[in-house]
Design a protein around this ligand. Structure first.
Ligand SMILES: CCCCCCCCCCC/C=C/C(=O)SCCNC(=O)CCNC(=O)[C@H](O)C(C)(C)COP(=O)(O)OP(=O)(O)OC[C@H]1O[C@@H](n2cnc3c(N)ncnc32)[C@H](O)[C@@H]1OP(=O)(O)O
Ligand SMILES: NC(=O)C1=CN([C@@H]2O[C@H](COP(=O)(O)OP(=O)(O)OC[C@H]3O[C@@H](n4cnc5c(N)ncnc54)[C@H](OP(=O)(O)O)[C@@H]3O)[C@@H](O)[C@H]2O)C=CC1
Length: 300
């Protein structure tokens, strides 16, 4: 019995092995559940082994796929090399890598010291690169053309900058460019990025309460008028591993409810609830045109 109700076919990833970093919580945990429900064997990677043990036990209750767990800080090169070797020893193959592990501490740029900057860049750029390089070098390069393989890198909706997140935004921008270059150098392995916007994931629980409250109220500025769900990211990750995405590489899929499209010049949304559009619908004339017409009339 599968507990996760995926929109995809239940045997979609039968016989495939998928590595999910950060699989012990939030989006990574949800992705692990969805992929397992679709028949994938999984290798879950994270720093805290207890979190991974819990997810492994949850999956064991609902489906019979093989799940291995690996304690590894993705910022440590030797550990990453050894972990990928360990995964291959256990599973014999890696069809897809989902580079999801990441995170940062909020801070204004002026207060970030070199160690803090490097910590976050290593967490959100170097670590993902190391995982991808090892999976490619140790397995994928030896199996090019035999089967569809992919690497998906989670970045974040921090386009045009995000106050308090300068170190992370810089790292995510780097990860996008890395994905684009890898899609060229490593083809036919497909390499893509996924950029979530504000997702109500358990990862948000790591933020202080006032910041969490502020984030929860962001729904008013998001055109879809709500935060995203973990499963709305995991569905896209499953899609990118699937044959339905076999001609998608070097791309970035945004999962953000159109948040970056809202320029905040006037309220988002159309129709009766929006006073700006409402005035157009009612044939109302914006103030500036009324003034211009009045001035012209006065000149006659
Ligand atoms: C001001 C407004 C901000 C608005 C914010 C909006 C937020 C919306 C963001 C939406 C997009 C992203 C969402 C998500 O990512 S959800 C996931 C959430 N989860 C996390 O981010 C948690 C992950 N964080 C961590 O795991 C750790 O903090 C991290 C890996 C980043 C660092 O852990 P590590 O143990 O490796 O490092 P240390 O704690 O030893 O720290 C090393 C140095 O880093 C500096 N540092 C660390 N924490 C802070 C801090 N809170 N403030 C300032 N500096 C910090 C510091 O230099 C540390 O060295 P020292 O301890 O020697 O000083
Ligand atoms: N939620 C959101 O709104 C958004 C999230 N994102 C990104 O999506 C990804 C998942 O986030 P989310 O699920 O929300 O948050 P979580 O904090 O729940 O997930 C992050 C996971 O990454 C693991 N991790 C972090 N650093 C390392 C490391 N150095 N080595 C190995 N594992 C690590 C953590 O496990 P452990 O502590 O055991 O190491 C944790 O399970 C992250 O990259 C996040 O930045 C991007 C945009 C928005």
């Amino acid at each position: 019995m599968n507990s996760f109700q995926s929109v995809f076919r239940s045997d979609l990833f039968q016989g495939q092995t998928i590595v999910v970093t950060g699989g012990g919580s939030g989006i990574g945990r949800c992705t692990a559940h969805e992929l397992a429900s679709l028949g994938a064997d999984l290798a879950l990677v994270g720093r805290k082994i207890e979190k991974l043990e819990t997810v492994k036990a949850e999956i064991a209750q609902t489906c019979g796929v093989k799940v291995s767990i690996h304690s590894c800080d993705i910022r440590e090169e030797e550990k990453v090399t050894a972990t990928v070797a360990e995964i291959l020893a256990e599973h014999g193959k890696i069809d897809h890598l989902i580079n999801n592990a990441g995170g940062q501490f909020p801070s204004p740029l002026s207060s970030i010291n070199a160690k803090g900057w490097e910590t976050v860049v290593r967490n959100n750029l170097t670590g993902g690169f190391l995982m991808a390089r090892e999976v490619f070098n140790q397995y994928m390069v030896k199996n090019l053309g035999k089967t569809d393989m992919s690497i998906t890198n989670i970045i974040a909706d921090m386009w045009n900058g995000m106050p308090g997140m300068g170190h992370s935004g810089a790292a995510r921008a780097g990860m996008l460019n890395f994905s684009e270059t890898a899609s060229l150098e490593w083809a036919p392995v497909r390499v893509n990025a996924v950029a979530p916007g504000f997702i109500a994931s358990s990862g948000m629980d790591t933020y202080p309460e006032p910041m969490k409250q502020t984030i929860m109220q962001l729904d008013k500025t998001i055109p879809l008028q709500r935060l995203g769900l973990e499963a709305e990211v995991s569905g896209v990750l499953a899609f990118l591993c699937s044959p339905a995405a076999s001609f998608i590489s070097g791309s970035c899929i945004r999962v953000d409810g159109a948040a970056p499209n809202a320029r905040r010049i006037w309220p988002v949304g159309t129709g009766k609830q929006n006073p700006v559009f409402n005035s157009f619908h009612l044939g109302g004339v914006p103030e500036v045109i009324q003034r211009r017409d009045a001035e012209r009339a006065g000149k006659k």
